[in-house]
Design a protein around this ligand. Structure first.
Ligand code: 13P
Length: 290
């Protein structure tokens, strides 16, 4: 059954572990993430950006795929289906399509007041349907935005103001960046994380850009209140590597090695194995219904 992400993240924050939020791109991706969660008996969040939903036709198709997989694979752990970095309109579409959680990313709005206002509105609409809400303060940069060695640091007072709208969890920049980290990355700012935590209290915090952060740094952040970790690039990289090895070994040209089920199998298995490792690093294994 799909559930909202609220209870699983409150339990994670209390228990000092984090739930992995893996981005999905297609049926194989979603099935692999679910296999990893079931094998480790971990709660999991499957999340989708509007771009990945477009690739799969629509948010409705994504919701139907994930819902049916959870049912037909007899998944026994809690699974939330979450919109990643949505606009206001995306949030409304996902609420209608059957998502159980949404992220309204108002960090690109012209002013913080607009972010605050729209976040509060989404909270009202989503909560009326039992759907959890993530908001964001301060942009989370990416290497594609230019050469940057330092991610943005969210303003703690803005974090407090947005927390007070009644959101269920908050993404706040603490030096993290989407995508692969540059060589000269300065690392996470634990000082800023502490300042934010002191103001927002028990609210679960979200670490975006989960790919490539050293495990000890991730675990320290979890100990300080990070309860959801977003991972996208990491699974894309292991999928690409396994697929490349298959093709470079010439296996697609042997027998019926070109069959998509054979061609995609190594990548699918690589996603399962890597997701299991990350789940264990984040400490949510065996926390199914904690
Ligand atoms: P990465 O691609 O760096 O893992 O970031 C994922 C993310 O934060 C999605 O919101």
């Amino acid at each position: 059954m799909l559930v909202s992400a609220k209870d699983m993240l409150n339990a994670a924050a209390k228990g000092h572990y984090a739930v992995a939020a893996f981005n999905t791109n297609n049926l194989e991706w979603a099935a692999s993430i679910l296999d990893a969660a079931e094998a480790t008996q971990s709660p999991v969040i499957i999340q989708c950006t509007s771009g990945a939903a477009k690739w799969q036709v629509s948010f409705k198709v994504v919701a139907d795929i994930v819902k049916n997989l959870v049912e037909d694979k007899n998944i026994t752990v809690p699974v939330a289906l979450h919109l990643d970095h949505g606009t206001y309109e995306d949030c409304l579409k996902c609420i209608d399509a059957g998502f159980t959680s949404v992220m309204y990313d108002g960090s690109h709005e012209e002013t913080f007041e607009i972010n605050l206002e729209k976040t509060a509105k989404i909270v009202e609409i989503a909560h009326a349907k039992g759907i959890s809400v993530e908001a964001e303060v301060g942009g989370i940069g990416g290497v594609e935005d230019g050469v940057t060695s330092k991610g943005e640091l969210a303003d703690p007072q803005q974090c407090k103001a947005i927390a007070d709208t009644g959101i269920d969890f908050l993404a706040c920049g603490i030096g993290n960046i989407h995508g692969l980290y540059p060589e000269d990355w300065e690392g996470l700012s634990f000082d800023r994380l502490q300042e934010i935590k002191d103001l927002v209290g028990d609210l679960p915090l979200v670490l975006h850009g989960g790919t490539g952060i050293p495990t000890d740094m991730v675990q320290k952040a979890i100990g300080m209140g990070i309860a959801k970790i977003n991972v996208n690039t990491d699974l894309q990289v292991v999928f690409a590597k396994a697929t490349r090895e298959y093709i470079e070994a010439g296996k697609d040209q042997q027998g019926k090695g070109y069959d998509p089920r054979k061609l995609l199998k190594p990548g699918r298995e690589a996603i399962v194995e890597r997701a299991k490792e990350l789940i264990c690093d984040f400490g949510s294994n065996d926390k199914g219904w904690a």
